[in-house]
Ligand binder design. Structure first.
Ligand code: 4AD
Ligand code: MG
Length: 462
């Protein structure tokens, strides 16, 4: 395997000839030498390549190399005389692989707004910021697998196309091959999905949880990590229509065990980026969210606050004048309430538990009070909800009743109910919105900037 620039930058000065391949970020000329900064996405910094102009005097090559062009440079790594780098390449040979016309290249050397970069999502990974986001996202994804593999969880791939609504909230994208202008009809005049590709109405999944639960009932501890889809018309800085979710599910586990895993999992992820992405995290701490690294360090060392919903509402009611949306027992916490709890009241991540049953999904375990369920949301400063989960209802009758109450047809969930018929056990799990995690650790303001190609209402470019 060829060495990446990150590895070349760690080399000691030495006479052997090495190769650097990448894209030119900047080019500076003096009378006798030309300096290229070549970046290959392996780290924030590029490799400074110093070219002796005399060597290339006549071939016009140097003038054809511009910001954005791709090059292969060969030469020894030497100690750098000036600037911020320890080493640089003293180039003996440069090949221009792909030119990059200065007048039409959308990524000029100047600073671009983040909104403009969103319009050129195919080129934005070539910027410092999006390169850093991409590397941090990669490190987090790897850490997700490491955490669960180290703790005995089995990775399970749940389907992307599903005929059941895992959240029962009706926010699904329909998957159909029927002709929208002339679909087959039933006798009653409704669209006849019996004649559709899957022989029944099918959707993109909103969550792998229900299928995940089936595997937890055999493998004990499992996790999924895959794309999920929500046809929810939310144009906010923390909602996507397509996002990745990490969903562990644990048999023989209650809400306490669930909270323990959620907290230790998040801390593991935060530690992983602090340890493995220090250069990128310093960039985010300096230019995106001041002090983010210190914040993460202190979070890793401090227990999360745990707070029943009823207590949270009491606390929020004391400050009701601060909010646009009223706070009252029975209504869902709005993002402003979640932020207030984490940023003002506790200055820490908070796990809110035991929500009213009417604002949560049908599968959450009903508490003895008959009014609340064993749900848990992990809230963090700036973002609000980062994890949603619960202990699951493991009693067949209670679960069936809850489905009927929530206007779901138990027959559609026959296989899910079977899990409560055959060897049912207390079990629990949660879902981490992967982009929310990337957004949180980087401090990026808009979730559309932490996924390569965001999908949101009226947005599916590229
Ligand atoms: O709270 P949610 O809807 O929970 C579930 O889907 C459960 N089935 C999870 C489980 O228990 N296995 O979603 C889980 C997390 C949220 O806390 C949030 O971080 C993220 O997924 N999320 C979104 N992220 C980006 N865009 C959206 N539209 C999101 N909706 C939820
Ligand atoms: Mg939720």
């Amino acid at each position: 395997m060829k060495e990446r620039i990150s590895a070349l930058l760690k080399r000691e000065p030495k006479a052997d000839i090495v190769t650097a391949e990448g894209w030119v970020r900047t080019k500076r000329d003096s009378k006798t030498v030309c300096f290229l900064e070549v970046n290959d996405g392996s780290c924030l910094k590029g490799l400074q390549v110093v070219i002796d102009k005399e060597q290339f005097a006549n071939d016009g090559l140097l003038s054809s190399i511009t910001t954005g062009s791709s090059v292969i440079c060969k030469g020894p790594i030497v100690a750098s005389a000036g600037g911020s780098q320890d080493v640089e390449m003293s180039s003996l040979d440069v090949t221009l692989v792909g030119e990059c016309p200065v007048d039409t290249y959308p990524l000029q050397k100047k600073r671009h707004t983040i909104e403009y970069l969103r319009e050129i999502a195919h080129l934005r990974p070539r910027t410092n910021m999006f390169g850093a986001v991409t590397r941090v996202r990669n490190t987090l994804a790897y850490a997700v697998h490491q955490y669960f593999q180290e703790n005995g969880f089995v990775y399970v791939n749940t389907p992307i196309i599903s005929s059941s609504d895992a959240e029962g909230a009706g926010q699904q994208f329909l998957v159909t091959t029927l002709d929208p202008t002339n679909p087959p009809r039933t006798k009653e005049g409704a669209v006849d999905y019996g004649q559709d590709f899957f022989g029944k109405k099918s959707f993109l999944t909103v969550s792998g949880q229900l299928e995940g639960e089936t595997y937890a009932m055999a493998m004990k501890n499992i996790y999924t990590f895959g794309p999920t889809f929500r046809a929810e018309n939310s144009n906010t800085k923390r909602h996507l229509s397509e996002f990745w979710m990490v969903e562990p599910e644990m048999a023989f586990c209650d809400i306490e065990g669930n909270m323990e895993v959620a907290e230790s999992f998040l801390k593991y992820l935060f530690k992983a980026v602090l340890e493995n992405c220090s250069e990128d995290m310093a960039f985010f701490s300096n230019f995106v969210e001041k002090g983010m690294e210190d914040t993460l360090r202190s979070i890793v060392d401090t227990p999360f606050v745990r707070l029943p919903y009823t207590e949270a509402v009491k606390e929020l009611e004391k400050h009701s004048k601060n909010f646009t949306f009223p706070v009252a027992w029975g209504s869902d916490l709005q993002s402003e309430h979640e932020k207030f709890l984490t940023e003002v009241v506790f200055k820490s991540p908070v796990i809110v538990t035991d929500y009213p049953k009417d604002i949560k999904a049908f599968y959450m375990k009903l508490n003895a009070d008959g009014k609340t369920v064993r749900g848990m949301d992990v809230l963090v400063p700036r973002l609000g909800e980062i994890i949603g989960g619960s202990e699951r209802e493991s009693n067949l009758d209670t679960l069936t009743k809850r489905m009927v109450e929530m206007k779901l047809n138990p027959e559609d969930y026959w296989w899910y109910l079977d899990l409560r018929r055959f060897g049912s056990v207390p079990h629990a799990g949660f879902g981490l919105g992967f982009e929310r995690a990337v957004q949180y650790v980087t401090g990026m303001g808009n979730i559309r900037d932490v996924i390569p190609f965001p999908r949101a209402p009226r947005l599916a470019d590229f």
